[in-house]
Design a protein around this ligand. Structure first.
Ligand SMILES: Nc1nc2c(c(=O)[nH]1)N[C@H]1C(S)=C(S)[C@@H](COP(=O)(O)O)O[C@H]1N2
Ligand SMILES: [Mo]
Length: 264
C-alpha cells in the first residue's frame, strides 16, 4: 500500500465525512440484500405453489423443479452417451465365484422351458423370440468391472447378443428411435427403464452365458441384461418383456428414490 500524497484527495467522495460514507455504503448493501431476499422468496413461492408431480411411489417433486432436474440430466446424458467404451479386462481376471445380489422377480414359479422373450413392437403387436433364436445371432463377450450401488464391484465375464445387433436383426429400428426402453421379469416384480442411447451402447448385451456356461438361475437364467454404463440395479435378471416408449418406463429402484439414470 502506498500513502496518498497529502494534497491530493483520493476521489470526490473523500470530501464526504467518513461516517456519512459508511452510512451510504451500508444503505446500498442492505438495499441489495433486501432485493435479493425478495427475489428468492418470490421464486420459492412460485415453486411452492406449483403443482406436485409424482414421479414414482415415493419421489414427489414440484413440476418446475422436476423439469429442471430432467433437463440437467438430459444435458449430462447427451454429454456422456457418446459411445465411450467401458474398460475391459482379460478373461483370466474374471471372478470364478460370481457374486449374487438380490432376487426380486426371481422367486416365484418359473419354467425355463416355456420361456420366450417378448418384444412389444406396438400396442397389440408382440414379437416372441426363443433362446435358440437369440443364440443364433452373433455372440459378443464382455469382461468388465460390474458395479453395484451398494458399494461392491467385481470383474465378470458375460456373453450374449449385443442389444444393438438384436435391434438390427429384428428390424426394431423405428422402435429404437423412441427415447426409452423398459424391461421386466416374467412376474413383473422387477422392472427397469433405460434411455435408449445407453441400451444401444456397443457394450450392452442380452446375456445368456456367464464364464462360458449357460446363466445360472440366480444370475437371471435364461436371459439377463448386461449394461456396463449403468450400475447393477439396471442389469435386470430374467428378462421377459421389452417395451419401447417416449415416456419414462416404470423403474423399481427409481420408485424407491434412486437416480433414474443410474449411469456410471
Ligand atoms: N430380476 C432382478 N434383477 C436384478 C436384481 C433383482 O433384484 N432382480 N438386482 C439388481 C442388482 S441391485 C444387482 S447389483 C445385480 C446383481 O446381479 P448378480 O446377482 O448376477 O450379481 O442384478 C440386478 N438385477
Ligand atoms: Mo445392486
Amino acid at each position: 500500500m502506498m500513502d496518498q500524497p497529502a494534497n491530493q484527495p483520493e476521489d470526490t467522495r473523500a470530501e464526504m465525512p467518513v461516517d456519512k460514507q459508511i452510512k451510504r455504503r451500508s444503505f446500498i448493501a442492505f438495499g441489495t440484500f433486501i432485493l435479493l431476499q425478495a427475489a428468492a422468496l418470490t421464486g420459492w413461492k412460485l415453486l411452492y405453489n406449483a403443482e406436485l408431480e409424482t414421479t414414482g411411489i415415493t419421489a414427489r417433486t414440484r413440476k418446475p423443479l422436476r423439469r429442471a432436474l430432467n433437463q440437467t440430466e438430459l444435458f449430462f446424458r447427451r454429454l456422456f452417451s457418446n459411445n465411450h467404451l467401458v474398460k475391459t479386462y482379460p478373461k483370466e481376471m474374471a471372478a470364478k465365484k460370481v457374486r449374487v445380489n438380490s432376487d426380486i422377480g426371481l422367486t416365484g414359479d418359473f419354467n425355463i422351458a416355456d420361456w420366450k422373450l417378448n418384444i412389444n413392437r406396438a400396442p397389440g403387436d408382440v414379437l416372441s423370440i426363443s433362446l435358440k433364436e437369440l443364440q443364433a445371432l452373433p455372440k459378443t463377450e464382455l469382461v468388465f468391472d460390474f458395479k453395484c450401488v451398494e458399494g461392491w464391484d467385481q470383474i465378470q465375464h458375460w456373453a450374449g447378443v449385443k442389444f444393438s445387433d438384436f435391434v438390427a436383426h429384428y428390424q426394431l429400428d423405428k422402435q429404437a428411435e423412441m427415447e426409452y426402453v423398459g424391461m421386466a421379469t416374467p412376474d413383473k416384480k422387477y422392472y427397469v427403464g433405460l434411455d435408449t442411447a445407453s441400451a444401444m451402447h456397443p457394450q450392452t448385451i442380452l446375456a445368456y452365458e456367464m464364464n462360458d456356461e449357460p446363466l445360472l438361475p440366480q444370475h437371471g437364467a435364461p436371459l439377463r441384461l448386461i449394461i456396463p454404463v449403468k450400475y447393477g440395479i439396471k442389469n435386470l435378471k430374467r428378462i421377459s418383456t421389452i417395451t419401447f416408449s417416449n415416456t419414462r418406463p416404470p423403474d423399481y429402484w427409481a420408485e424407491q428414490g434412486y437416480d433414474y439414470y443410474s449411469g456410471l
